[in-house]
Design a protein around this ligand. Sequence first.
Ligand code: BMA
Length: 320
Amino acid sequence: MKRNSKNPILTREHIPDIYPNMIDATSVFNPGAVKFNGKYILILRVQNRGRETFLLKAESSNGIDFKVDEKLIEFKGMEKVKEKIYHIYDARVTYIDGRYFLIFAMDMEGKCSLGLGVTDDFESYEFLGITSEEDTRNGVIFPEKFDGKYLRLERPNKVQLTGGPTSGNTIVLSESADMIKWDIKEPVMSGRFHYWDELIGSGPTPVKTREGWLHIYHGVATHFGSANIYQGGVSLLDLKNPSKVIARGKYNILEPRELYELAGQVPNVCFPSGMIVEEFDSEGFARLESKVLIYYGAADTSVGLLETTIEQLIKEARAV
Ligand code: BMA
C-alpha cells in the first residue's frame, strides 16, 4: 500500500464557500468513489462549524487532483421525510441496473438509518427512501444481483462506545427485492477482540475478482487508554454466497501513521470508504495487475489516497 505523495489530497482548504450553509468548512472526509464517463468522482462528507454534515461532489481526471463542486448535493424527495434528519454521511456508491446508487448513514432521533439515493449524471439526485428499521450503519450494496435479489453488507449498531456513537462488531448480509426493504440473512464476520479489528464495518463497495469479492473494511481497536484506533483491512468473500468468508488478513493494511491521520477532529482514524479499480476483464472480474485507488477519511478531517493492486490486496487478505 502506498500513500499518495500529495496526501492529504483534500482538506478544508479545497472546500469553497457555499451559501448559506457551508462557509469556512471545518473538514472533509469519508468519501464514496466511482468512475463515471472516464472521470473520478468522490462523494465527500463535509462539515461546517455548526458540525452540520453535508454531501458534496468532487471530480478529477487523474484520481488525485479534485475539483470540488460549488453546490451541495440535495436529494429530491428527502424533504418529504417526516422524522428529523440530523446528518447524512459516509456515502458509498454502487453502479447496478445501469444507474448509480448512493447508500449513506442518516442520523435520526435515537438511531442511525441507511438512506438510499440514485443519480444518472451526478448532477441531480433522487431520494428513494429509508432502507432500515433498526439502528445500523456502513451499508454497501453489491454491484450485481444474486438469483434476482440485491445483496448488501451492513453493520447493526449494538455496541455503545464510551462518549461516542453506537457501533458494532458484526457485519451481516441482507437481501432485498427492491433495494428499499431489506432482510438480514446471515452474519458475515465479527470483530476479533484484543486485536486490530475489534469493532468492524464495511468500507467501499466490494469488487469482484476471480478469487472472490474483495471486501475492504474498517476495524477499530478499543483497548488503548485514550483512543479508538480506526484502521483498514481486507477480506475475500465467496463469489456465489458472500456471507462466506474465504480469507481474512491477519494484519491491517492501513493504520494511522502520518500526522494528518494521527491528529484532527477525531485522532487516530483511517476510514476507507471509496475504491476505484482501473481494469476489469471481459467477464467483469478485476484484473490481478489492475491499479486500485482507495480513498479514506483521515482523522475525520481530510481525505487520503492509497494506491495498490488487486494482487496485493488479495495477498493481504490471505496473510495469516
Ligand atoms: C464512525 C463513523 C465514521 C467516523 C468514525 C470515526 O463511528 O461515525 O463516520 O469516521 O466513527 O469518528
